[in-house]
Design a protein around this ligand. Structure first.
Ligand SMILES: Nc1ncnc2c1ncn2[C@@H]1O[C@H](COP(=O)(O)OP(=O)(O)OP(=O)(O)O)[C@@H](O)[C@H]1O
Ligand SMILES: [Mg+2]
Length: 348
């Protein structure tokens, strides 16, 4: 790597050159015009010239560099902390400046990349919202128009079409409510109502809710727990939403005749909960985006089972509002495991 010369080194070499050059001229003049060279001329003259020019060069250089560095630090918005080191012309200062500027450049690049990603995400999001809302609106509109254009005497026909229109409006309501909920989480407007409750009991309740769908797909759900009760301190209703989405996802996106295993691990102050299926899994490029709003890994399957792609986004928001973490790991053709932590309930 090329080393940046310090003001001291530059001044040293420059004043050496000036001293040698002016001594040579001085000696030549003395010799030509006065035909004498005093031993003192060899020593005193070059030393004087060297010292004077060295301090002069260094003073000018340091002032010049300092004024430039001040502008650099103003631009990068960092406080300039090394005024005294600067005055002795040491090389450390140049290294510090180089390092600070490089750090600033790296940070700026990162920010630009993130902003571009957010911009892209925002554009996609607006497109997704419009698309998701458009479908049920068009459907409901279609059914209502058909009813209006009919002779209005066939009550069974009217009822059937109005029910279809209604179910589309209900879907619209679900999407809008989900979006409002995510927005409330993101702006910190959700108040959690934490209480101690038994996680095993809550799991059993949710599994019971989804039992008929699991049976249809011949999926076996098993809770593996050495303890009969696992007490956590969290917002029970919100955690129920988490379990509902994770379990329904494992059934919907798992495989027919497959299995879902629920495990709990004791981590001192938290419990780690794992929900694992042996379904087709999620590709690596989808894994990083799975918690984004409207993101669906398997679009055709998701459409078929009626997913909007908002569930996992809500799940992540709920877990993070509890200051806990959620992760996913998956292997194609082996299965997917979602794991999240919850605060243990420790009675006083
Ligand atoms: N256990 C799983 N195995 C394979 N893919 C999964 C699994 N869980 C989620 N996914 C993928 O992640 C996507 C996002 O899931 P998410 O719960 O956010 O949406 P959804 O279930 O499609 O719709 P919603 O939950 O809003 O009704 C799904 O569409 C699916 O492609
Ligand atoms: Mg879901």
């Amino acid at each position: 790597m090329r080393r940046t010369p310090s003001p001291n080194i530059i001044s040293l070499y420059s004043s050496l050159a000036v001293a040698i050059f002016s001594t040579a001229i001085f000696l030549s003049i003395s010799f030509i015009f006065f035909s004498r060279i005093n031993i003192m001329d060899y020593v005193v003259f070059p030393l004087t010239i060297f010292s004077v020019t060295f301090f002069l060069f260094r003073f000018v250089l340091v002032r010049f560099i300092y004024s430039k560095i001040k502008i650099i630090y103003k631009t990068i918005g960092k406080p300039l902390k090394f005024q005294t080191e600067m005055r002795d012309g040491s090389n450390n200062v140049m290294k510090t400046v180089e390092r600070d500027v490089a750090e600033w450049a790296i940070n700026k690049n990162k920010q630009i990349r993130e902003l571009r990603k957010m911009e892209q995400y925002r554009k996609e999001f607006v497109g997704n919202v419009s698309h998701e809302l458009k479908t049920p609106i068009f459907n409901a509109q279609g059914y209502i128009e058909t009813v209006l254009e009919s002779d209005l005497t066939d009550h069974n026909f009217i009822k059937q079409y109005l029910e279809k229109a209604n179910s589309n409006i209900e879907r619209l309501e679900t999407i809008v409510n989900d979006l409002l909920e995510i927005s409330k989480f993101e702006t910190g407007r959700i108040q959690l109502e934490k209480e101690p409750f038994d996680l095993v009991k809550l799991f059993k309740k949710v599994i019971f809710q989804y039992q008929h769908i699991a049976q249809q797909d011949d999926v076996a759900i098993t809770i593996h727990s050495e303890e009969n009760t696992i007490f956590v301190f969290a917002d029970q209703k919100r955690i129920m939403q988490v379990l509902e989405n994770l379990i329904s996802n494992s059934i919907k996106y798992g495989r027919e005749g497959g299995k879902i295993d629920i495990n709990f691990y004791d981590l001192d102050e938290q419990f780690l909960v794992e929900i694992a299926d042996n379904g087709p899994g999620i590709r690596e490029e989808d894994i990083t985006r799975i918690f984004e709003r409207f993101y669906r890994a398997d679009k055709s399957r998701s459409k078929k089972v009626g997913g909007t792609g908002l569930g996992l986004s809500i799940v992540k928001n709920i877990i993070e509002a509890h200051e806990q973490t959620i992760n996913v790991r998956s292997e194609i053709d082996k299965g997917t495991t979602f794991s999240f932590t919850l605060q243990k309930y420790i009675p006083e």
